[in-house]
Design a protein around this ligand. Structure first.
Ligand SMILES: C[S@@+](CC[C@H](N)C(=O)[O-])C[C@H]1O[C@@H](n2cnc3c(N)ncnc32)[C@H](O)[C@@H]1O
Length: 299
């Protein structure tokens, strides 16, 4: 097996500073990935415990290996974070001090998973990141959609303009269900546009839908008020505006109803120094809130 491409954690210092509110706390890393953020939290707080969650078995195995130094303070659970309530019930942790969500796939999943997530590799067009996902693959989705539905999907999940979405949907539907690999998808995309940014947006759109990524974020956030201790914190790092808009709206609604306060009023972004070392951090946006101890009277 070829060596994994390293995932460099984004906004590491900032995320852990917001996440780590209680030195003896119980924390959940809902997107453990290669374990970079969990590692930093557990190093910073020698008495904290962390429940490390990821829906991908390979990622979780990698994190378990990297975090073995902290074996007495970590637990590992393969799960979709949309089931946050069940995850905590199964762990017998009714409430927690901090939740971190660093969204999207990790670098090694994009480049080395064999799931067809990148236009740079020629692999089966699968895209199912959840190891237990028995739903349809990206290739099956492409073959099943009408031209109109594909146009809508590209606009809504790839943030591609209507005219480009129409053109791409027309080209891909002309393939008549023959697109089975990421290489074949690129071959057809090339006929519609030579712009690699648009190719990346098409891959993003298919990945989001195959994994119901936006639905998972909404469902997970719905459980947070019930499982977060007073004074507990939630930190979310998003990589595109579809994710960030959901987080922004939910956080604002909690603040407006007096349940929470912002730890950062606007989004936190990577500084120039981080961007020089990790250009992928350019699209990262961090939002953080803290649950208020005593909700305001009458709310
Ligand atoms: C950007 S990576 C996280 C990287 C990690 N913070 C680190 O420092 O290495 C996101 C991880 O979240 C996982 N993930 C994405 N959506 C998920 C979901 N709905 N449930 C559980 N895990 C998810 C992915 O498999 C991936 O490993």
């Amino acid at each position: 097996m070829k060596p994994l491409t390293l995932h460099v954690p984004v906004l590491l210092q900032e995320a852990v500073d917001y996440w780590a509110g209680n030195p003896q706390g119980y924390y959940v890393d809902l997107t453990t990935g290669a374990g970079g953020h969990s590692w930093s939290l557990l190093s910073l707080l020698p008495q904290a415990r962390c429940l490390c969650v990821d829906w991908n078995e390979r990622s979780l195995a990698l994190a378990q290996e990297r975090l073995k130094f902290f074996h007495d303070r970590t637990r590992f659970v393969r799960a979709n974070f949309r089931n946050l309530d069940h995850v905590l019930t199964r762990a017998a942790w009714p409430s927690v001090d901090g939740i971190l969500c660093d969204l999207g796939p990790s670098t090694f999943q994009v480049l080395d998973s064999g799931l067809g997530l990148s236009y740079q590799n020629d692999e089966p067009l699968d895209m199912r990141l959840d190891s237990q996902n028995k739903g349809i693959t990206a290739a099956e989705l492409l073959a099943a959609l009408s031209e109109g539905d594909l146009e809508q999907l590209l606009m809504a999940n790839g943030e591609i303009s209507r005219s480009w979405s129409r053109r791409i949907a027309h080209t891909l539907c002309n393939a008549g269900g023959s697109i089975k690999t990421s290489g074949a998808l690129v071959k057809f995309l090339r006929r519609a546009s030579g712009n690699r940014k648009i190719w990346a947006q098409v891959f993003q759109a298919l990945r989001i839908v195959v994994n119901d990524e936006l639905g998972a974020i909404r469902q997970m956030l719905g459980f947070v008020p019930a499982v977060l201790k007073p004074g507990g914190r939630v930190v979310v790092i998003s990589f595109h505006s579809l994710e960030d808009r959901i987080v922004k709206d939910v956080f604002h609604s909690w603040v407006e109803s007096g349940q929470a306060r912002f730890l950062s009023r606007s989004t936190v972004q990577a500084c120039e120094r981080e961007l020089e070392q990790n250009p992928k951090a350019r699209s990262a946006r961090l939002r953080a809130i803290e649950k208020i101890d005593e909700p305001r009277n009458g709310e």
